[in-house]
Design a protein around this ligand. Sequence first.
Ligand SMILES: NC(=O)c1ccc[n+]([C@@H]2O[C@H](COP(=O)([O-])OP(=O)(O)OC[C@H]3O[C@@H](n4cnc5c(N)ncnc54)[C@H](O)[C@@H]3O)[C@@H](O)[C@H]2O)c1
Length: 271
Amino acid sequence: MKLHGKIALVTGGASGIGLATAERLSSEGVSVVIADIDEGNGKSAADRTGAEFVRLDVSDASRWSEVTEDLTRRLGGIDIAFLNAGIATFSARGAPGEIMAPIDLAELSDEAYRRIMGTNVDGVVLGARAVIPAMEARGGGAIVATSSVAGLIGFPPDPIYTLTKHAVIGLVRSLGPALAPRNITVNAICPGVVDTNILGEGTAQRARDAGLSVMQPSEIADAVAQAVTSGESGRLYVCLPDRDPVHYEFAPVPGLDFEPDRALEAGPGGS
Ligand SMILES: NC(=O)c1ccc[n+]([C@@H]2O[C@H](COP(=O)([O-])OP(=O)(O)OC[C@H]3O[C@@H](n4cnc5c(N)ncnc54)[C@H](O)[C@@H]3O)[C@@H](O)[C@H]2O)c1
């Protein structure tokens, strides 16, 4: 896909990786719509990048319908959806010597659990569901979801965040082939540590002090642009410091006698 002249919706575009991606896409001639729950920062991000702003809580299914129907009516549809809004549950204030404080599952409130599932999982599922017709109205499109390296490994400080990012990986790997006949690509980006607000106060510096490399959001925006333009689908772009994004491949499951693409060939309900 060429970027110039396309229409993109960027969730979580008020800050961090979403904002950097909105800037990057705008600079390539894309008409960007920033969708975020944070109206103040969202509006100023839109002003800075020449984008439009819509207030959207990505966990709200009915708002997703309103937003995508409105964009289809006014702009003719959506070509690119960067489903990126996300939150974490770990606490930035760890004990001395800790980069971050691990969450204690026994102490996790219902509200905090529902909020992270609503944002990180529902936000991607509902977003993908809502943009499919808006993309079909334009003849196809590109969905990119933000997972994390924590979607590929166990990350003990925040098991619930890790759960949500694994969920995104499963969705992308399955939706990629499923949406290919509709000319829609679906890919995930899996960044390591990026210096944004999600880390909480002081975490990026503590990570650097501990000898870890911390990336800038613009580096992840490059990977998003690559995922959109590649034409490939179902790919997982691992973004780590000082190296180009690489495709992560899962090892085959020993003894599994099943090829996922054959399931699609048989059609729904086929064998
Ligand atoms: N920063 C990192 O180290 C890192 C690493 C891997 C993956 N990620 C992922 O990158 C994505 C972007 O995060 P970031 O690092 O830029 O953090 P960030 O906090 O700077 O940006 C997140 C944005 O999402 C918005 N948001 C939160 N809940 C929302 C909701 N319900 N509806 C709409 N918008 C909502 C916030 O207002 C904010 O603008 C997240 O999915 C995060 O999990 C971040």
